[in-house]
Design a binder for this molecule. Sequence first.
Ligand SMILES: [Zn+2]
Ligand SMILES: [Zn+2]
Length: 394
Amino acid sequence: MAVSNQDEEDLLLDSLTYQRDDLADRITNLEDLRKNIPLDNSRVSTVSDTRISASLGKLDTLPLELVHEVILALDLQSLTNLRAVSSTARALVNSNPAYRNVLTHAPDAIRAYITTSLASSFNIAQLLDTLCTQLCALCNDFGAFLFLPNCIRCCWACLTQHPDLLPISAGHARVIFGLTKAAAGKVPVMQTIPGLYKMRLKSCHMIRTEPLVSKLTARRIGSAIHGSREKMEAHVAKIRAKQDAAYEKKIAIYHEELAERFEKWERERPSFEEVRAAPMIKKPAAPPFSGDVDQKDDDVRRLLGVIPFPTLDRRTGRRQVGVSCKGCTNTLPIELIPNEFYPQGIGSGHAQYDGRKRELARMFTDEGYLKHYAECGRAQSLWEFKSKGPSSPL
Ligand SMILES: [Zn+2]
Ligand SMILES: [Zn+2]
């Protein structure tokens, strides 16, 4: 019996793609998130039973269309609080098409926003918009993850490599984006979720919550208060040059003092006790700008503000989590790529190494995969081998 095109496509997708549980396992533990934030209000309700009533107060007096407008505009935290008021309020919020879509297809995103204290910074309309996109906001690949601090979609390669997707401390953001204390207060702070995070080669058990902010937001606010990004960068560069010059002076004095001391010791040959008792010459601290190094794949902060995020087709209601190509990934694991491919180590920007790394983590929608298949020689060979069976001379 001849197979239809659709059947062949389904078979091809079944045989040549797989879901990336390995990547999802490296970030926030969704089981814990679901246990802690059930979204059924049995645990999150902060309202006592005596206050629960069928009335919605002022909301009751508005026409239903306006109530739904209000729901769309309310931030996720206010919406969660409203759902906790009564079963009527909860039913009303749940009946909002945007909320219902997110609750049905990506409830973990709402949970993650509540847990990270970022729920006051975004509303359900923004979250639904991002849910209905497919591409990483930083490149043109499919993005299977949600970068919480900006409510944008991203791919694994950008998540672990792109300089803007490294969440940093509010203090460092102030330094590198020239923020005043008041301006820094406008940058939403993400309280990271404790748990086990797996980097490229090692794991990190985050015991405490870590307050971090988005570089993208801090830069936007910095650019706004300085007039433009160029002006902000010029201002920061000026401060940085001053700090660097001061540091160079201090470090030169430090080396001079060290040299003098060794010369003196050469001349005077002090006893071991005298050497031990001599006050230490303290090395000057590096200037604030150099206080934070981005370790790319090995920087746990990159894994703290992200969850797997499906994509939803508004028109058909179809949800997809994304798949990877067995042809592209069933080859050499990245840890075993010979050293000559990345002589400077991780994040070296070495094109061949970074390209292979992107390929290994690349994900597609089903439609995207079928286009990729047409260009992927390795997937085509695999398909040919699979179709012919193990007795194939291949
Ligand atoms: Zn990307
Ligand atoms: Zn491929």
